[in-house]
Ligand binder design. Structure first.
Ligand code: MG
Ligand code: MG
Length: 269
């Protein structure tokens, strides 16, 4: 069952998403070598609750934290830990917020100052693949068009592994709704996208092969070949003429520029 949202509902989801974006910007301002995921998670939870909202992930299927923090070969669903970040780490931060009965969801992979060029290319390409997917999220297109756009971009120039087991999703009154939004697919296949559909598009791309496995904590997904993995996510509303991106990475990218310990996710790196 797919729930199409009214304009009013889309604006409420946007509000939740903007608090997610604010939380990711806070994470960007705090990330540096020696800092722990747990300390960032605590501040993220405080920020969300200070806005009268509730962390969207904490307690979801018993997940113990506000943020998913996934480092290096961890793909997604990493539990914030007391391990101190290293200057060579890439750090994926995924945040969900529940406010006014609607969820927002977005993620970003950050690079600390000594991340190597090959990994930086993975991050840039994964981020670009998200925006390629979003361009296809328009009324009248099909779900497969989104997956094709993401997959084609990730596989075209680099032989990156596109994760299959985890996918994007519808979002609204529930964190995960129909339909599933795979990061692979064929043009012109799958459900038709209609005005009012709100989905989280979230490519998870590995530097090496696509295979992943679950760690013993029963949450963290890692690459099987231990290569680094990147994850970028926006919540997007399908509209008649365009894709309306409800989350916003502008603030967090400003924080990256202001944080001397982080690299910008752009080609010039
Ligand atoms: Mg997410
Ligand atoms: Mg999501």
């Amino acid at each position: 069952m797919i729930y199409y949202k009214t304009d009013e509902e889309i604006e409420l989801i946007r509000k939740s998403c903007l608090l997610v974006s604010k939380t990711l910007a806070l994470a960007a301002s705090l990330l540096k070598p020696g800092v722990t995921g747990i300390s960032i998670d605590k501040k993220a939870e405080d920020l969300i609750r200070d806005h009268g909202a509730v962390p969207g992930f904490k307690g979801y299927n018993s997940f113990p934290a506000t943020l998913c923090i996934s480092v290096n070969d961890q793909v997604v669903h990493g539990i914030p830990s007391d391990r101190e970040f290293l200057p060579t780490d890439i750090v994926s931060v995924d945040c969900g917020v529940y406010m006014n009965e609607f969820f927002g969801d977005a993620a970003y992979t950050f690079a600390l100052g000594e991340v190597d060029l090959k990994t930086m290319e993975l991050l840039v390409t994964t981020k670009d693949s998200l925006y390629k997917g979003i361009e296809s999220a328009v009324h009248g297109n099909r779900l497969g068009d989104i997956g094709y756009a993401v997959q084609n971009h990730a596989e075209k120039t680099h032989k990156y592994g596109v994760v299959r087991e985890l996918v994007g999703h519808g979002i609204g009154k529930n964190l995960h709704e129909s339909p599933e939004v795979p990061n692979y697919g064929k043009k012109g296949r799958g459900a038709i996208l209609k005005d009012g559909l709100v989905i989280a598009i979230e490519p998870m791309i590995n530097l090496g092969r696509k295979a992943v496995k679950l760690q013993d904590d029963n949450w963290t997904i890692v690459t099987k070949d231990s290569t680094p993995s990147a994850h970028y996510e926006h919540t997007v509303a399908v509209r008649k003429t365009h894709a309306d991106i409800l989350s916003d990475h502008t603030e967090l990218e400003k924080e990256i520029k202001n944080n001397p310990e982080l690299k910008e996710i752009s080609i010039k790196n």
